[in-house]
Design a protein around this ligand. Sequence first.
Ligand code: ATP
Length: 141
Amino acid sequence: MATIQLQVVSPEKQICDKEISMLIVRSTGGELGILPRHAPLITGLIPHAMRIKSDGQESLMAIAGGFMEVTPTKITVLASAAEEPEQIDVNRAQAAYARAKQRIEAFKAAPAQNEDIDIDRAEAALARAKARLIATGTSFN
Ligand code: ATP
């Protein structure tokens, strides 16, 4: 079966370098499925759980956001942070989720009294926490 190399790096380390059969990501332009011999492409990635298919199995990897470069033989993901499910501290992600959600709700309920809340930052933190909870199969509401 044809494969394509997937390399995922963050400013801190290399998270993955392996041959895969398909990658499904959420780019700034929508969902993309990348197969071997894909046309060259560069795009931004939003926080989400990437789906990686290899050896007939599907696994997830949390991406906090970043960029992806695709050539016919290689996918490079430059992530601000990325974790495989077993690297994720679920309690920490749940706490980040609750914190962000509380800030967003407080801001929406009374924007004038909560001018100090950076709503874009809270929304981004919520999206990163959601990506980590989804990657670990943890439910949230
Ligand atoms: P927090 O508010 O909990 O710090 P964050 O979304 O602000 O979360 P990031 O800025 O995306 O965190 O990541 C900073 C570093 O912490 C990265 O190295 C990332 O891999 C790591 N990290 C963040 N959250 C978790 C988690 N729940 N489990 C393991 N590592 C995490």
